[in-house]
Design a protein around this ligand. Structure first.
Ligand code: HEC
Ligand code: HEC
Length: 303
């Protein structure tokens, strides 16, 4: 409600004429400090107008903006920073390209760069199958442990990533196919059951000692060619060790039966078809750093 202005009896200050429920508003001046900050803000704004891009202007063809006395924009700054980074990265990348793997792991700075690059590339390309932490899952090997299908030296890993596994468009791909022994009618259902018992016996889990005995012959005749007479596997053909309790597809009797009956033949792309050689080197070094021993030890062994 607005009333005519009047002078307050108690303070002697004029009211604004506003009144709510009998409470009237005094027309006090704003506090000095508040007014000073207000003017300082206006001044500051003017300074910014002068220094930084502010007003839109028409340059005859399109709308652009006043550059400001400083002449740069935050966007320019970001672009410059990105260009600097790209140039730096290109320099490192070139170093990675011309240094052999064993040399990269001996150079702490280069190693650090390679691992960081490898980690980023891993997240982009490998995590969908191997997991973000490279922990793997059924059918996709864990790359953190010291258990390798195709070998865990830097060179082995580099070779695997470059040419892939059972990737037919790459003539140098890692190749070996375990057949589906039931599907391909090489073994009967009973024979497969027996050899599964034999495989379970490696980890002390066979439930039928007679089946283990019967399975021994099949294993020696067929399976040992790749998995070894002792079942410890063979990295030349990517045949896993069946005697430890690390399983690619699963170690329960049903899963082992499924593996032997139908085969698996897991595939991994040949990354040279999609990534540049420097990135593949970085990936090999990163994966190797996850599980395969310390870089120093490993290179000594690889050489
Ligand atoms: C489409 C799924 C897929 C993607 C994507 C993939 N992998 Fe694999 N990878 C596999 C499979 C399946 C195997 C195991 C194949 C086999 O030997 O049976 C494997 C095996 C490997 C091995 C060998 C492990 C060993 O024990 O010897 C390495 C090393 C590896 N991958 C690294 C990578 C890297 C690095 C990338 C990313 C550039 C990648 N993988 C992306 C599916 C994939
Ligand atoms: C030509 C070589 C070869 C022969 C012969 C072979 N395997 Fe394999 N086996 C492999 C390879 C390679 C793998 C890796 C899985 C894949 O194919 O992706 C494998 C995987 C397995 C696995 C899965 C292990 C896991 O970690 O999940 C089992 C179990 C197995 N083989 C048992 C057998 C048995 C039993 C026989 C004999 C009837 C046999 N294999 C014959 C090469 C062979």
């Amino acid at each position: 409600m607005t009333r005519p202005r009047e002078t307050d009896d108690v303070t002697g200050i004029e009211t604004t004429g506003h009144e709510w429920d009998g409470i009237k508003e005094l027309d006090n001046p704003l506090p000095r400090w508040w007014v000073n900050i207000f003017y300082a803000c206006i001044l500051g704004a003017i300074v910014f107008w002068v220094l930084y891009p502010s007003w839109p202007i028409w340059n005859g063809q399109e709308w652009t903006f006043v550059r400001g006395v400083i002449g740069t924009t935050p966007r320019d700054d970001v672009e410059k920073a990105l260009a600097r980074q790209a140039a730096q990265r290109a320099r490192w990348q070139e170093q990675i390209n011309k240094t052999p793997l064993a040399g990269i792991v001996k150079d702490p700075e280069l190693l650090e760069f390679a691992i960081a690059g490898g980690k980023a590339a891993f997240g982009d390309n490998c995590a969908p199958c191997h997991g973000t932490g490279a922990q793997g899952g059924p059918g996709f090997p864990n790359l953190n442990d010291d258990e390798w299908l195709w070998g865990g030296t830097l060179d082995d890993i580099h070779q695997t990533i470059t040419h892939g596994i059972r990737w037919e468009s790459d003539p140098e791909t890692r190749m070996s196919i375990m057949q589906g022994y039931l599907k391909d009618q090489i073994l009967s259902r009973e024979e497969v059951s027996d050899v599964v018992q034999y495989v379970l016996n490696f980890t002390g889990r066979a439930s039928d000692p007679q089946a283990v005995e019967r399975g021994a012959k099949t294993f020696a005749d067929i399976c040992s060619a790749c998995h070894g007479a002792d079942g410890k596997g063979n990295k030349y053909v990517g045949a896993p060790d069946l005697t430890n309790d690390i399983w690619l597809y699963g170690g329960d009797p049903e899963t082992i039966f499924e593996t032997v009956a139908n085969g698996r033949a897991g595939q991994m792309p040949a990354w040279i078809e999609r990534l540049d050689p420097a990135t593949i080197k970085e990936l090999a070094i990163y994966v190797h750093s996850l599980g395969g021993g310390l870089p120093g030890e490993e290179t000594a062994a690889a050489e």
